[in-house]
Ligand binder design. Sequence first.
Ligand SMILES: *[C@@H]1O[C@H](CO)[C@@H](O)[C@H](O)[C@H]1NC(C)=O
Ligand SMILES: CC(=O)N[C@H]1CO[C@H](CO)[C@@H](O)[C@@H]1O
Length: 370
Amino acid sequence: MTSKLFFTLAVTVLLYALIAVNHITLFFEKSVIQKPSSGKHRQLEVVPIMGAVGPESMAFDLLGEGPYAGVSDGRIIRWQENEQRWISFAITSLLRKGCEGQHDHQLTEHICGRPLGICFNEVTNELYIADAYMGLLKVGPEGGLATSIVTHARGTPLLFTNGLDINQSDGSIYFTDSSSLYQRRNYISIILTGDKTGRLMKYEQESKQVRVILNNLSFPNGVALSNDGSFLVFAETTKCRILRYWLKTSKAETLETFAQLPGFPDNIKRSPRGGFWVAMHSRRDKILAWILSFPRLGNALVRLPIDVTKAYLVLSKYRGSGLAMRLSEDGEILETIEDKNGNKISEVHEKDGNLWIGSIGMPFVGMYRI
Ligand SMILES: *[C@@H]1O[C@H](CO)[C@@H](O)[C@H](O)[C@H]1NC(C)=O
Ligand SMILES: CC(=O)N[C@H]1CO[C@H](CO)[C@@H](O)[C@@H]1O
């Protein structure tokens, strides 16, 4: 008992020391996106969002309108280029009382919904939504209340639906459930405890069946099909890596490591110029890597009488920068971008020579001209 208490105390001190130490470093950085490959510093254009934050993922419809983005109050909003404003497009929950307005949306997101991955079916123009709390849903081109498609797989509820991609030939959907134990609000616990209850699934449009492709995954997150559909890649956030799952060729149904990364990967999107944009929430630093190498330490941390998620957020605000890499279909690094202002990058969506940058915490969508 005494040793347990001492241990808890030591870890708490360590955590607070971390907060203090990292306070100053990045404070005065300018809001620029750095492109190390060419040594260029470029200003990030900002498209502000009112009343909510966290455009985690973005999509463009058949007419090229958008971006559409899911935000912290549960809405999916659409950028109206001609009017220079966002309009509300869709919602994932019927219960909207108290969802909007100034408050900590993290407290209401399990009721209001939290749309994460979004992707259009390019034939039907329906928007498919991976909502952290509501599962897999879709909404027609007119928007409004989305319809539920999948809430369970093999009898286990989807607890943290996260990323998705669509086979545009037959409409089937590949998607991830990050954990069967922790919801999005407690995502840091998934990392700290080394939780391995995440799943990769396929929803078959024809049969309306959902199939679990892989389970026992460590925080599966973004997912993207390759250009020719011979494989898909998905992020295992806790392990800072991208895995490749073969769908065709002689390697079909096998899994291999595609890329080991310097940070925690979030969404993955194909780039029109080839390969994949992998967004990283933040760099994996030495102390966190050390904590992660002792799952028991992580388990102890989440039981501490402090809000680990908040402590971590405070911590990560002052350290590490958002990072994204374009990887080739062989997993080689082609380009890197880094936001020195410390904004976490959750997605890089390339369209018509622009990089649209989403983040789980920013009250804006970033836009960077290549
Ligand atoms: C996509 O759908 C087409 C048509 O059913 C099929 O031939 C192809 O194998 C599918 N690709 C993937 C990656 O599922
Ligand atoms: C090793 C391990 O954790 N195996 C688990 C994989 O997932 C199945 C079903 O989700 C569990 O029953 C196994 O225990």
